[in-house]
Design a protein around this ligand. Structure first.
Ligand code: SAM
Length: 268
């Protein structure tokens, strides 16, 4: 990898950045007072930017570095790990294996952790669970591992569906216990084993504005008295979600916070 090191920052050398692009830079980055300009080959540079230095650097495998930095994530009685850290899960914890990839939900985001923790506090034995915005499938798989008889994950993004199925398989969850479908609430979900679309538990890690829009649909997909778990909510947007739950007649609203994020539970 060929990098031209130019002393300065994007601010102090603002006038010179265009010169680097015009000379053929394929990327610019600022690190510790140095502008790093990536080139495919050494090239004659304009006078104004000749105070730098060409360096050959070892190629970096960003994905390998990212993977090496992952640690197990404890979420209540569940520990979420990538496959290669399975052995690090203590025997007292429920292991949940997620292959880090294209879909959101490795457990490293506070909202995923909060939701898994909240699922772990319910008695899910024999229950049905609907996971709206399933991503990697993490919440539906957690529900199945915690005893749910059937968990359905839905997501509007089709790339998540095969990923979620693969993660379910990694966890040894049989196809009949967790299923994943492209779609959202209100869609007819052909092939869903819960025919009337009414679940014992509904969990959704989305965002406040969407919870507001979907709150009415949450009521129709949840059995009376069933637990609702919502996250993906910035603390500043909490009033919007609270108002939506009040409007739709949800009761027993509780809030849990982690940094700037909130998780809300309620009963239908
Ligand atoms: N459930 C995972 C977790 O807790 O880590 C992933 C949550 S991720 C923040 C939100 C997911 O919701 C994304 O995969 C996105 O494609 C999906 N999504 C966004 N809008 C949606 C909608 N209206 N209906 C269903 N899924 C939606």
């Amino acid at each position: 990898m060929l990098v031209y090191h130019l002393p300065g920052t994007f601010d102090t050398r603002d006038d010179h950045l265009d010169l680097l692009w015009q000379a053929g830079a394929t990327g610019l980055e600022e690190r510790a007072g140095v502008i790093r300009a990536y080139f495919d080959e050494e090239t004659e540079l304009p006078e104004a930017v000749r105070d730098g230095e060409w360096r050959q650097e070892a190629d970096q495998d960003w994905l390998a570095e990212f993977k090496a930095g992952l640690r197990p994530v404890q979420a209540g009685r569940v520990t979420i790990v990538p496959p290669w850290l399975r052995a690090e899960v203590p025997g007292t914890q429920v292991p949940l294996i997620i292959e880090p990839g294209m879909a959101f939900g490795t457990g490293h985001h506070a909202t995923t952790r909060l939701a898994v923790e909240a699922l772990g506090e319910l008695d899910l034995d024999g229950r049905t669970v609907l996971d709206v915005g399933t991503g990697s499938g993490v919440l539906a798989i957690a529900a199945a591992l915690l005893g749910a008889r059937y968990a359905l994950g839905v997501d509007i993004d089709p790339i998540t569906i095969p990923i979620a199925f693969e993660n379910a398989e990694l966890n040894g969850v049989p196809a009949g216990r967790a299923a994943f479908m492209e779609g959202t609430l209100g869609d007819d979900l052909p092939g869903d084993v819960v025919e009337d679309g009414v679940y014992d538990v509904l969990v959704a890690n989305l965002y406040a504005e969407l919870h507001d829009l979907l709150a009415g649909a949450y009521v129709s997909h949840l059995r009376p008295g069933g637990p609702l778990i919502l996250t993906g909510i910035l603390l500043s947007k909490l009033p919007l979600v609270r108002a939506a739950l009040d409007r739709e007649g949800f009761t027993k609203v509780t809030v849990r916070e982690d940094g700037e994020w909130a998780l809300v539970t309620a009963r239908a």
